[in-house]
Design a protein around this ligand. Structure first.
Ligand code: PXL
Length: 306
């Protein structure tokens, strides 16, 4: 049932009136709506709203999935320093507390009608956070672990970032069931140079061999040609997903939203290949409808497909 509250829409209804109207509707509804699928993102906050947990939650919501975010770090771009990342990690105990609360509310033993079995991993940012999250994943009975392997965060000290990249490869990648590397990450994970669609395919195959996961390797705007090409490979099916490029400049949040859309679709029961196809279409529409700001990059708009 779709309820339209006219007074709320035209601005004449107060929040108290809205509450009573909503309660009256709840009282008279005969069948409660089925619980939506649930998905968790373990990710960083990106203050301007384009990337990170904010992009993930908006994507989950747009695709009809109840989104939960456990934050690993706070990223604030620095407009005084060429919009580089300022990175602040969340305390390890606070990350563990968020995971504990989420598992108690929606995990397998929670009694929740829609059990949480699908998680997306975004920016972790430090070897310590990687250990905390790896322990939760190992204990967490997640059927779907979608890894957006965010490798280097501008603004982090290089030695630290290399440790983080290594820890991600050793401790999180083996737990992933679906990986979404961008051009740079696919080169780093596969050890191959990627210059065209054929080398992107080879990298996707290699990353599948290393991880056992389904792989959606993104060429995006980095490969020459009129189309933004991504390659899907799961050990059996190799599919090239292609859409006309929308400009030649990467849009903030495209990678996060792609992986989040895969996560939402898997949470609803889609196959990995169907999830990849839906995610590609979702991101293409979101880039077409991107949002400009005072920052020197645009942000993807998750409401684009509406
Ligand atoms: O797009 C990668 C990314 C992921 N997560 C956070 C980010 C960024 C890029 O800025 O800030 C929190």
């Amino acid at each position: 049932m779709r309820v339209v509250l006219a007074g709320w829409q035209d601005g004449t209804m107060t929040s108290t009136a809205f509450d009573s109207a909503a309660l009256a509707v709840a009282d008279t509804a005969s069948d409660p709506a089925p619980s939506p699928a649930v998905a968790l993102t373990i990710a960083g906050s990106e203050a301007t709203g384009g990337a990170g947990a904010q992009a993930d939650l908006k994507t989950f919501q747009e695709l009809g999935v109840f989104g939960i975010a456990n934050l690993t770090c706070i990223v604030s771009f620095d407009p005084k320093d060429n919009w580089n990342h300022r990175f602040v990690p969340v305390d390890q105990q606070v990350i563990a507390d968020q995971l504990e609360a989420t598992t108690a509310a929606y995990g397998a033993a929670s009694g929740a009608p829609a059990v949480l079995d699908t998680v997306k991993i975004g920016m972790l940012g430090s070897p310590a956070t990687i250990s905390t999250v790896a322990a939760a994943l190992a204990a967490g009975q997640f059927a779907n672990v979608v890894l957006d392997p965010v490798l280097i965060c501008k603004g982090q000290e290089p030695g630290h970032a290399l440790d983080t990249d290594q820890a991600l490869k050793s401790h999180i990648l083996p737990l992933a069931t679906f990986v979404t590397p961008n051009h740079f990450e696919a080169e780093s994970l596969s050890g191959l140079e990627i210059t065209d669609v054929e080398s992107l395919k080879a990298a996707a195959v290699r990353i599948h061999e290393i991880s056992g996961a389904a792989v959606l390797a993104k060429g995006g705007v980095r490969l020459e040609g009129p189309d933004a090409v991504d390659v899907y490979y799961d050990g059996e099916t190799l599919e090239v997903l292609s859409a006309p490029k929308v400009g030649e400049v990467a849009v903030s949040g495209a990678g996060c939203s792609l992986a989040a859309a895969v996560t939402a679709e898997l949470a609803k029961g889609a196959t990995p290949l169907a999830a990849a196809r839906t995610a590609k279409a979702f991101v293409t529409a979101g880039i077409r409808n991107r949002v400009a700001s005072g920052a020197p990059f645009d942000a993807l708009w998750q409401g684009g497909p509406r």
